[in-house]
Write a protein that binds this ligand. Structure first.
Ligand code: AMP
Ligand code: FE
Ligand code: FE
Ligand code: ZN
Length: 321
């Protein structure tokens, strides 16, 4: 139970073991309760595979927003391609074209991580890609390789791995073919979802998406901007906030919690209730979930979307007891 009194705490960007977090969806929900979070979004990279477990574990008092963080390609100020993450909330997971694109993105992730691991092994680094895959869940990312590098003693921390062998400037870095950002916004909208650009000014990750392309996207159905984020400096927070005002975009704030893969705590950055309400008002894919006192939630079998080794969660929920 979230028993605290005080402002409603809303964290709209978190990861589980369904992608590159270290908490299972059940543990993520439990951690949200401990962190006094009232509204939690589960936003694993390129998958909805954690939705069903998070929903099944939902205690009364905590509301669950089912979402995802989609790997996209945008343009920087010079027109060069740049990785952009698009948060997608409350979309219909059965929308076929969108589901197919998620599956393609997951395939890109595996192929790209294999290519990076192969380059490292060829260079004499003690990295075994099959072992990395065996330890990973449904969606792999550089954090999985980071942990392997730490365990092998190549680097002393995940941060050091990202600053060195895993950085976009490293000779081991390999690109993947992400979804064009405008296409991604269209697909999220077509599935009844709400799209928010994640950490648009996270400078440590590489080049930044052009502000003018955010302006264009705002005309083409983008709903919001993640403004408060651990990777944003103060002046960039101010810049994004005024851009959101200029474009009438929803402002969000979130921790981007990854369990022990990052040092950030759940609920360390939060979203205002008005912004959350605006997201819910725009969504028509799936509802926000909550379990009334004393009740548990369950997932109906319903339809399911194959994602190779696992199933993406698509069933809707009903109350039991
Ligand atoms: P990928 O999705 O494979 O390109 O890997 C990027 C992921 O690594 C993102 O989810 C980031 O949250 C995560 N990441 C980026 N920098 C760091 C860092 N310094 N420490 C831990 N995780 C990071
Ligand atoms: Fe991540
Ligand atoms: Fe991200
Ligand atoms: Zn994230």
């Amino acid at each position: 139970m979230t028993c605290h009194t005080g402002p409603v705490r809303i964290d709209l960007h978190t990861h589980s073991t369904a992608s590159d977090g270290t908490d299972s969806p059940t543990e993520l929900v439990q951690a949200a309760v401990r962190a006094d979070v009232d509204v939690l979004a589960i936003t694993d990279h390129d998958t909805t595979a954690g939705w069903a477990e998070a929903a099944a574990a939902l205690p009364s008092g905590l509301r669950l927003v089912r979402g995802m963080e989609m790997s996209c390609e945008g343009r920087d100020e010079d027109g060069r391609p740049v990785a952009v993450h698009l948060l997608a909330y409350l979309f219909d997971p059965t929308a076929r074209e969108f589901a197919n694109e998620r599956e393609r993105l997951r395939g890109e992730r595996v192929a790209r991580l294999r290519a990076m691991a192969t380059k490292m092994a060829a260079d004499g680094l003690p990295i075994d890609f099959d072992a990395v895959m065996a330890d990973a869940g449904q969606v792999v990312g550089r954090p999985h390789l980071a942990r392997a590098l730490v365990e092998a003693g190549v680097v002393s921390s995940v941060d050091e791995a990202f600053a060195g062998p895993l950085s976009v400037r490293s000779p081991y870095y390999v690109e993947k073919e992400d979804t064009p950002l405008e296409r991604a916004v269209e697909m999220v909208n077509a599935a009844g979802g709400v799209s928010v650009i994640a950490h648009a000014r996270a400078r440590s990750r590489g080049r930044l998406v052009a502000l003018d392309s955010i302006r264009e996207l705002a005309d083409r159905g983008l709903a919001g901007l993640e403004v408060d984020h651990p990777d944003h400096g103060g002046s960039d927070v101010d810049l994004l906030r005024s851009l959101a005002t200029e474009l009438d975009l929803i402002v969000t704030g979130s921790s981007d919690y990854h369990g022990t893969n990052k040092t950030i705590e759940l609920g360390q950055y939060t979203t205002a209730p008005e912004s959350f309400d605006a997201i819910v008002a725009r969504a028509s894919g799936v509802p926000v979930l909550s379990a009334p006192p004393g009740d548990a939630m369950t997932v109906e079998d319903g339809t399911a979307v194959e994602d190779g080794t696992t199933q993406e969660a698509t069933g809707d929920l009903r109350r039991i007891r």
